[in-house]
Write a protein that binds this ligand. Structure first.
Ligand SMILES: *Cc1c(COP(=O)(O)O)cnc(C)c1O
Length: 494
């Protein structure tokens, strides 16, 4: 299986192996790597996978895309990544919440957000890729985070051979819990640093380092090269295909559906990675009907699916579902490529870079609308959904999941389609405890994380996940605060 760039318009595009695609992240022409073709699930595969535990399902599905990886090593990596120790509640359990809606809980990992599903396995895939491609340098991962990604990357990359990681967060731009999660991080190869300013300052700082040829040479001289952990890497996307197939297997196994029945999927969407993985699973032959793309007030994708124009030149809203506060959904590029080809993709992406918007050809939009539909929930609707879901279904959902649940309701009202829907539940409600408490109408004594956890436990009758509780008492290891222009110095230990 070879990988090609979404922007390569030549008759015979440049091809790289999966290992190379994972090591490089971004293609040479700034496009994203895509498999040359999407493998089909073999006849009888659902019945076969149904009998297997998650780690075997993961290794078997990943090996269809990463056929240059040794299967036994892949299985060993998946077994470690998705072990009970790391996912005590199961890797991706499916919970029936009533009204033909199922919650696919993707947040039972070490950081209590769905990014763990990819970031527990991706560092292992990268580490193998370094060996497979004869790489002798250390991969030095740089991450700018507004909260969730940083912690999930730290947990994933800690103590992985051949890799170091620095995570930068805006000093006043993350929640108290998120800050505690990062500054107490364990591991010999990790560093965490606060940067004065907001998330944009931090992210610009990291981008500047990536783009600086002199710094790249200096890294080379020091025996390392810079690499990124963000969601445009195929190594982060491929593991996300697994849980849609796994969820389908579990629904059949539990007798909720018959094998072959079509189900819908709804995904709270930011960078379009998670929902694109569902699309790949559908292309592989998984019986998925509609893919419902759920957004918050930053509804750039809802507008795109409805109008065909992607326009990022709009007001940015800070919401209670911050991981979806995104105006450039990078992985949409992959969908454009699959449905429109490299020429259309390159053209749209150039327009986006130059004008902040593009209009996709109607032929492509027709194909997109056959599969996708888009809805969004504003802040009041999201809060109302948190409260309604808890009161009517006895299910405690975080704000991101609630955006999706609210969109499912809108979809059902508009279409009268009562097909079973699997909703990707992307974070533990305890990660966004203050907003969940407020939505449930319970008063908070203080904004201290321990108080928030206590209040939510009492109000909901549920228990906070252990990793979050543990964070409250862990020693702080990282206290450095720097100005954005000093980030390169920090990276080189100066
Ligand atoms: C990252 C994230 C999302 C958005 O996922 P994408 O793959 O970027 O679309 C949604 N919810 C939570 C909690 C996240 O951390």
């Amino acid at each position: 299986m070879n990988y090609i760039s979404t922007r390569d318009t030549s008759v015979s595009p440049v091809k790289v192996s999966a290992a190379e695609a994972i090591k490089k992240g971004l293609a040479y022409d700034k496009g994203l790597y895509m498999p040359e073709s999407i493998p089909a699930l073999p006849e009888g595969e659902i019945e076969r996978l149904m009998t297997l535990p998650y780690e075997k399902r993961a290794a078997d599905i990943l090996s269809m895309f990463l056929d240059d990886y040794d299967y036994d090593k892949l299985l060993a990596d998946c077994t470690e990544a998705y072990s009970n120790a790391r996912f005590p509640g199961g890797a991706a359990p499916v919970v029936n919440i009533g009204n033909n809606i199922y919650s696919l809980e993707l947040w039972h990992g070490p950081t209590c957000a769905f990014k763990d599903m990819a970031l527990q396995i991706m560092p292992r895939l990268l580490s193998r890729a370094l060996t497979m491609t004869g790489e002798e340098r250390i991969a030095h991962i740089l991450v700018a985070t507004s909260g969730d990604t940083g912690k999930a990357a730290l947990e994933g990359y800690k103590d992985v051979p051949g890799i170091d990681i620095d995570v930068f967060f805006p000093v006043d731009g993350v929640s108290t819990m998120q800050k505690m999660q990062m500054t107490t991080q364990e591991g010999e190869n990790v560093r965490v640093c606060a940067v004065v300013g907001n998330f944009d300052d931090t992210q610009s700082g990291v981008k500047t380092i990536f783009a600086d040829a002199e710094l790249a040479e200096k890294a080379e001289a020091n025996g390392f090269f810079f690499s990124s952990a963000n969601s445009i890497n195929w190594g982060r996307l491929a593991p996300q295909i697994v849980y849609y197939i796994s969820a389908y297997c579990d629904l059949v196994k539990n007798g909720d559906i018959n094998n072959g029945d079509v189900i819908n999927v709804c995904v709270p969407t930011g960078n379009f990675g998670n929902i694109f993985a569902a699309y790949i699973a559908r292309e592989m032959g998984l019986p998925l009907g509609k893919l419902i793309c759920a957004s918050n007030s930053n509804c750039v994708l809802t507008d795109f699916i409805r109008t065909g124009t992607y326009d990022r030149t709009r007001e940015f809203h800070k919401t209670m579902s911050p991981s979806m506060d995104i105006l450039i959904s990078s992985n949409l590029e992959r969908l454009l490529f699959l449905l429109g080809g490299a020429e259309i993709t390159a053209d749209c992406m150039n327009q986006l870079a130059e004008n902040g918007k593009y209009t996709a050809p109607e032929s492509v939009m027709t194909k997109i609308r056959e599969v996708f539909c888009g809805y969004y929930c504003d802040e009041a609707e999201t809060a109302a959904t948190i409260s309604k879901t808890f009161n009517e279904c006895k299910y405690l959902a975080d704000p991101h999941t609630s955006v999706a649940l609210g969109c499912v309701e809108k979809y059902k009202a508009e279409t009268n389609d009562n097909t079973i829907v699997v909703v990707a539940s992307t974070a533990s409600p305890y990660k966004f405890g203050a907003d969940v408490c407020t939505a449930l109408g319970c008063a908070l004594d203080s904004d201290a994380p321990a108080d928030i956890i206590n209040t939510l436990e009492t109000a909901s009758g549920t228990k906070a996940p252990m990793p979050l509780v543990k964070t409250l008492t862990m020693p702080v290891r990282f206290t450095t605060v720097i100005e954005a222009p000093d980030m390169a110095k920090f990276v080189f230990g100066e």
